[in-house]
Design a protein around this ligand. Sequence first.
Ligand code: ACO
Ligand code: ZN
Length: 161
Amino acid sequence: MDRNFTIRLFEEKDLRDVVNINRVCLPENYDESFFLEIYHHFPRTFLVATVDSKIGGYLMCRVETGFSETRSFRITRKGHVVSIAVLPEYRRRGIANALLTDALKSLSEYSIGECYLEVRISNKPAIQLYKNLGFSNSRQIVAYYRDGEDAYLMVKPMGSS
Ligand code: ACO
Ligand code: ZN
């Protein structure tokens, strides 16, 4: 199938659009400085999708060091998918799948042992997306979100460790 979208690195001129997509799509919102901070530290894993010459979605990650979710008591470098969203009118055409696939490729260049994220336990579309790309449920975090909903912490083992 022909893709009618393009994945590229985030640029500062995309900031307004990304902040807007985050507000439209998710209850977890951040101010501009939060996005810029992530961009300045991890520019290679902050991606946007362009469709019809507009920004249709974004994904941003951090690289962190901490306890492994998969191997007890090991300290490891971990990729953390902080936030991903695609505007409603552009969903179900593979954009999130492409964003996350490309981000995982870039994350692997940081020589991380695993990649993780948190997702609302009710968020079936996102959970399915993550499972398709090799993430599995590691544990449930009670009342992770401000409204009291639990999160699944999902993890994908990565090449090196
Ligand atoms: N129902 C069931 N499965 C779905 C759905 C859905 N509505 N949407 C996506 N999926 C699954 C499917 O398996 C799909 O593959 P398929 O279309 O071949 O069946 C796969 O995910 C990939 O779908 P994409 O088209 O790549 O996903 P899309 O571009 O539509 O974006 C996303 C998915 C990001 C979850 C979108 O629905 C969205 O922005 N939701 C609101 C924001 C959100 O929930 N973000 C994730 C929060 S958790 C975090 O950020 C770490
Ligand atoms: Zn997180």
